[in-house]
Design a protein around this ligand. Structure first.
Ligand code: AMP
Ligand code: MG
Length: 320
């Protein structure tokens, strides 16, 4: 095989149907896909990413009717959300069907399910004729890939194929909502915001997916330290008098005033959708020598900004 292993849609589907692992484009980030019903394929995903097996995977389907094949005892509110936001960047945690291997769910009795909007992702799932488990196609804890080149850089020699679908339109991982409690809980913020969800099914609880030092994790896989570039990134107020290292670069947002020149601007007009689509690509771009420190401007913590704040807090070093 030549590296990186660029692959067509039909080749990818055939590889996936025969137990191989292939990176595929979705509207959120690139996913490293494998047959969700095949424990061996799942094991290959964990191994390629270096992902701990206690961090469960999201199962991707190509049409709403397939939801009943992977989940059961589905509350009406989940169907309502599926009809409203699928296909799209929303993942729902529901009781799992017995066909879903323990490895996909880290032994939990629930499974996370999503119907992605990207037409290539849908085609691949349909042609493979199996649901696909697909965590982000990056090494564990590293910055998620929003282009096929990002995938090739991190995983090119470890996986069986990469399908290039261009840059991801959303740019951050899906919103995750759990129905395990009476009031649904948003475990991870994403492009489908709490307000959008509440306008359809009423009250939801937004879990703070970053914890304080020493606090237990709120849901498996929602780690405090995640999405980290190699070069230290800092998101937050600088302590008074703190002297930044030389070769500090600034990732700007909107028209924030600073005495450090902006290297890149997530969105000059302060548009949160544009900023989200740019976030990981700009983190990849700034994560190079001779840069020594990446400082990020504050972003309003509302709407799509909730997801941006969540990812930046987790990408940030925790103390200076
Ligand atoms: P990703 O790394 O984008 O594939 O996201 C997978 C994340 O979904 C995991 O890290 C968990 O936080 C969450 N997740 C998946 N399955 C479950 C589940 N059954 N219960 C709670 N959270 C889950
Ligand atoms: Mg990930």
């Amino acid at each position: 095989m030549s590296y990186p292993p660029w692959t067509s849609v039909s080749e990818a589907a055939a590889l996936l149907a025969s137990g191989h692992i292939v990176a595929i484009p979705t509207e959120t980030v690139y996913g490293l896909a494998g047959n969700a019903l095949d424990p061996l394929a799942l094991a290959k995903i964990f191994a390629a990413k270096g992902r701990p097996v206690f961090d469960p995977l999201i199962v991707h389907i190509a049409d709403i009717n397939s939801l009943d094949n992977v989940a059961q005892d589905i509350p009406e509110a989940a169907y309502t959300l599926a009809r409203t936001f699928w296909p799209g960047p929303l993942t729902m945690v529901l009781p799992k069907k017995p066909c879903i291997p323990d490895l996909a769910t880290s032994g939990l009795s629930t499974v996370a399910v999503r119907l992605p909007q990207h037409p290539i992702a849908q085609d691949i799932i349909r042609q493979a004729e199996v649901p696909l488990a697909a965590p982000s196609a990056n090494l564990f804890k590293h910055v998620s890939p929003t282009t096929a080149e990002h995938v090739a850089d991190q995983l090119g020699s470890k996986i069986d194929g990469i399908v290039d679908g261009g840059p991801c339109s959303v740019g951050v991982e899906s919103t995750i909502i759990s129905f395990q409690n009476e009031i649904p809980v948003i475990l991870r913020p994403g492009a489908i915001t709490p307000l959008m969800i509440e306008s359809v099914i009423g009250k939801v609880i937004l879990k703070n997916s970053t914890s304080n030092p020493g606090e237990a994790m709120l849901s498996p896989g929602t780690m405090d330290t995640h999405y980290q570039p190699h070069i230290p990134l800092y998101y937050g107020d600088l302590p008074k008098g703190y002297v930044l290292p030389s070769n500090t670069v600034r990732l700007a947002f909107g028209n924030t005033v600073s005495n450090i020149p902006a290297s890149l601007n997530l969105s000059e007009t302060g548009n949160l959708t544009e900023a989200t689509a740019n976030l990981y690509a700009f983190m990849h771009k700034l994560d190079v020598e001779p840069n020594r420190f990446i400082l990020v401007d504050p972003i309003p913590n509302e709407g799509l900004g909730i997801a941006l704040n969540d990812r930046l807090k987790r990408a940030s070093i925790k103390r200076l």
